[in-house]
Design a protein around this ligand. Structure first.
Ligand code: B12
Ligand code: SF4
Ligand code: SF4
Length: 259
């Protein structure tokens, strides 16, 4: 594809993503997303069975598709006033995730119809099933930064946002990262609100992991403790048609950014 056409494709793609309902969209380079801090750390982490519709295969080893040169990341705001976007119903995806799936499917279809030379790929949610590390890709795409709560914190919505991606076989200019650090000088409300104390001890350090970017920024996030809370939430959600799973979101709601 010629440079001129690539530039016009990028801007048309970002515009279409917004038209289809994304609150935030950006583009990351495939190389950055593929070699992200999460993809380097995850293979050494303990396996956990995570949430509704998840697999219980071994811990997240990202299988970045060969064709992937860029990745579009779309974010859908999940405000506290609309908690149902994040609820799991029986064995089905939360409504917010369904909305993101619809959005990315439509975007994929639009690329196919208008740019037949470009091959888009819509990866699944779970990394074990072929998904990618969405927070890292979102940072490189300029949607926000990783906060001390270990989540993507965005300027307009704070951490109350959910992500999905579309991988493309063409190199596009990245739209990030951005200069944004709301955690410096913050009183760390997120760390104190966790019902499991998931940020209470340092579990990872730079030397042992050979990584500068650690979970919870300083290496304090425990996925096992957090997962215990998720398991409790699942157990409390009941059985049958009326079952609704409301996963913990305290570290999102405690953060003042974007409120
Ligand atoms: C498995 C999983 C879980 C597991 C394990 C989480 C974990 N972090 O290990 C459990 C069940 C515990 C979980 C919990 C939650 N999750 Co979750 N989870 C996922 C999933 C499927 C994969 C994440 C993963 O395995 N990461 C691997 C590990 C190695 O990474 P990590 O601990 O997150 O740490 C890395 C980053 O912090 C990063 N990092 C740190 N600093 C920097 C700096 C830069 C520049 C970069 C690039 C990266 C970076 O590098 C670290 C590696 O050292 C993603 C979806 C996806 N496909 O990405 C959603 C996802 C991360 N979860 C999400 C959410 C919202 C939650 C919960 C709030 C529960 C809920 N109600 O949905 C909690 C929050 C926990 C927390 N504070 O982090 C959202 C996050 C949205 C956001 N704003 O960031 C995602 C993206 C799903 C979505 N629907 O959009 N989750
Ligand atoms: S509450 Fe403060 S420290 Fe925690 S993520 Fe938000 S800005 Fe960062
Ligand atoms: S989702 Fe809940 S249990 Fe998990 S880290 Fe955040 S506050 Fe703690």
């Amino acid at each position: 594809m010629e440079t001129r056409n690539i530039l016009s494709f990028s801007s048309a793609l970002l515009k279409k993503g917004k038209e289809l309902g994304a609150d935030l969209v950006g583009i990351a380079s495939g190389d950055k997303a593929k070699n992200s801090p999460s993809s380097q750390l995850a293979p050494g982490l303990p396996a956990i069975k995570v949430g509704l519709g998840s697999s219980d295969k071994a811990a997240g080893v990202e299988t970045w598709p060969e064709m992937g040169k860029s990745v579009l990341v779309a974010g859908l705001s999940h405000p506290e006033e609309k908690p149902e976007l994040d609820w799991g119903f029986q064995d089905s995806s939360p409504p917010g995730n369904k909305e993101l799936i619809r959005l990315i499917n439509n975007l994929q279809e639009w690329v196919g119809e208008n740019y037949p030379d470009i091959k888009p790929y819509h990866p699944p949610y779970h990394v074990e099933n072929g998904g990618i590390f969405l927070k890292d890709a979102a940072v490189w795409a300029g949607l926000g930064t990783i906060g001390k709560n270990n989540l993507l914190v965005t300027p307009p919505f704070g951490p109350r946002i959910r992500l999905r991606s579309l991988i493309l076989d063409v190199s596009l200019s990245p739209t990030g990262p951005i200069e944004f650090d709301p955690c410096s000088g913050c009183e760390e409300y997120c760390l104190n609100e966790c019902p499991r104390g998931a940020f209470s001890e340092k579990l990872f350090d730079e030397e042992k992991t050979n990584l500068k970017n650690l979970p919870g920024r300083t290496g304090t996030f425990s996925r096992l403790k957090c997962n215990e809370e998720m398991e409790k939430n699942l157990a409390e959600s009941g059985n049958g048609k009326e079952a609704v799973c409301k996963f913990c979101r305290q570290c999102e709601f405690a953060c003042p950014v974007g409120k």
